[in-house]
Design a protein around this ligand. Structure first.
Ligand SMILES: N[C@@H](Cc1ccccc1)C(=O)O
Length: 533
């Protein structure tokens, strides 16, 4: 029975309760330690408890002193006493030089044995030699210790004190039991019923059935309650960091989105290589997305997230909601691509509505940030949003790349933001993950200007690793939404997999994500604190 306190019955111990009943059929009382010399005290106790809890036996515990052999005492029992060994060595040679005894029996044995053998008059000196004085001797020390071992007792207290002084024996407390019949004694272990069944109820046999008593001392069986996946553990750590800095979590989980939200609204030109089949998974059925329009489900989710945050940070006013003009937004996006607008010269190509309405597996969570930012335009105010969710890219799969992974993404909207502020923010943010002394490298994203790749020095790997991408969103993205000209928005993104792989020392991403993940691995990984190494 899993979790049962005490030893698990083995084939040798399983029928001990029955054997105890058998013995009690012949004697009124007995000591199990004498009848079962090979069983441990714990095994005996388990059998007695089993019978005792059913009132089949009663037992008493006796604590008594027992003489136990020390190592030296045991070796005398096994090989004989030093005095005997000295006598025996001299006997077998006939005579032996005093100086040769140590060589024959060992230094320690010679040292202790020779004197005692002399005192016992087993040996005597003959010139410079030793010869035996007694033809037959009894190794009393050995016999004394043998009997002490068998009975756990040395009757003569003076002898016992002497053996203790010579460190041949010690005295220990021993627990033993005396057993007698209990009020429900029977010759056989009765058959016990564990479950009340429908049959027993209808036949009435439950009335006479012998139910197994509850064992309230039994430990519960170990439960495997499930475990957070390592990615989820790291995700939770990131979420804490974001929440601690006043970020609102964005509603996510919409894996399929239109090109509009994933690309066009972000000022990604329609000919951009990222929009190629090589890089993006396109969905063929349904063939086309709807034009951007009200999205009540996402709206409700985001309202709830904001409401929670508003309570937490005691922000005074809820957002004003006005009707969004999606026709205008759509036209603005077309115009900024095609002809240029809002002070930008645009890309100057013919913008295709069909391309914008193609369905894709979203390639970045910036699609969600874009949706949240366009929503902010109806009541522009400082805001901080984050998401941690799955994205898809048509990549060649290898040890560090899969066609799907997770992005950690944050955006900060405010008035009067500067690039220096973003760098400082990122230093603080990554500092909380234990990464300090960041380096920034100018980079290019169609939707941010300036853009920076973020590098951190990884002490364990002893090299600079790219840990993220960031930038300030372009006016070509923000102004078509209706966000005010003087509002600036930071954005940054990183993968969830990379810090998780480093933290859990996973070298192949397929051990972390996909269909080959070992559940045992998942269950065994400890929780982490990202800011503790
Ligand atoms: N979308 C970028 C990350 C990013 C987000 C926001 C601003 C700048 C960069 C990526 O996928 O790598």
């Amino acid at each position: 029975m899993p979790g049962q306190r005490g030893p698990v019955p083995t084939p040798e111990t399983r029928d001990v309760p029955q054997q105890i009943l058998d013995i009690l059929g012949e004697k009124d009382t007995f000591k199990p330690s004498e009848e079962f010399p090979t069983l441990s005290q714990v095994e005996i106790k388990a059998a007695l408890d089993r019978l005792g809890s059913r009132s089949m036996v009663e037992y008493e515990q006796i604590t008594a002193d027992a003489v136990v052999l020390e190592k030296e005492g045991q070796s005398i029992v096994d090989e004989g006493s030093p005095e005997y060994k000295v006598w025996d060595a001299i006997r077998s040679k006939g005579r032996m030089g005093v100086k040769d005894v140590a060589g024959a029996v060992g230094g320690d044995t010679a040292k202790f044995g020779q004197g005692t053998a002399m005192k016992n008059r087993w040996i005597k000196k003959d010139g410079n030699d030793l010869v035996i004085a007694e033809k037959d001797v009894e190794d009393k020390t050995r016999h004394l210790l043998q009997s002490a071992q068998q009975t756990g007792n040395v009757a003569d207290s003076k002898v016992l004190a002497d053996l203790k002084k010579r460190k041949l024996v010690k005295v220990e407390k021993r627990i033993s039991y005396t057993v007698k019949k209990g009020p429900k004694y029977a010759k056989e272990m009765p058959v016990e019923v564990t479950d009340l069944t429908a049959d027993m109820l209808s036949s009435g046999s439950w009335q006479t059935a012998n139910f197994k008593p509850y064992n309230f001392n039994a430990l519960g069986a170990n439960q495997t309650p499930g475990a957070l996946h390592p990615l989820n553990k790291v995700r939770e750590e990131f979420r804490k960091i974001f929440f601690n800095q006043g970020f609102v979590e964005m509603p996510t989980s919409r894996y399929v989105d239109s090109g509009f939200w994933n690309f066009d609204a972000l000022f990604v030109p329609q000919q951009h290589p990222a929009r190629d089949m090589q890089d993006t998974f396109f969905i063929s059925d349904p063939p086309k997305a709807d034009r951007p329009r009200d999205d009540p489900a996402a709206e409700a989710a985001m309202n709830a997230m904001e409401e929670g945050s508003r309570k937490l940070y005691a922000e005074p006013t809820p957002r004003k909601t006005t009707r969004r003009d999606y026709e205008k937004y759509w036209d603005n996006v077309r115009e900024v691509h095609e002809k240029g607008a809002f002070g930008s010269t645009g890309y100057r190509y013919t913008w295709s509505e069909d391309e914008s309405l193609r369905l894709v597996l979203r390639t970045h969570t910036t699609a969600v940030s874009t949706w949240c930012l366009h929503r902010l335009a109806e009541d522009p105010r400082p805001a901080r949003y984050f998401s941690i969710d799955r994205v898809f890219r048509n990549e060649t799969v290898d040890a560090t790349h899969l066609a799907e992974f997770h992005q950690v993404e944050g955006v900060i909207a405010d008035f009067g933001l500067t690039l220096g502020g973003l760098m400082k923010f990122l230093e603080d943010f990554f500092g909380k993950l234990g990464l300090t002394g960041l380096r920034f490298k100018p980079a290019y994203n169609p939707y941010t200007e300036p853009s920076m790749e973020i590098f951190g020095f990884h002490a364990g790997l002893d090299k600079w690793v790219e840990i993220g991408n960031s930038g300030m969103f372009r006016p070509e993205m923000l102004e078509p939404m209706g966000l005010p000209k003087d509002m600036r928005v930071y954005g940054f993104g990183l993968s969830l997999e990379r810090p998780t792989m480093i933290r859990y020392k996973v070298s192949n991403i397929r051990d972390l994500l996909g269909h080959k993940v070992d559940l045992k691995f998942v269950e065994e990984q400890p929780a982490v604190r990202l800011d503790k190494n």
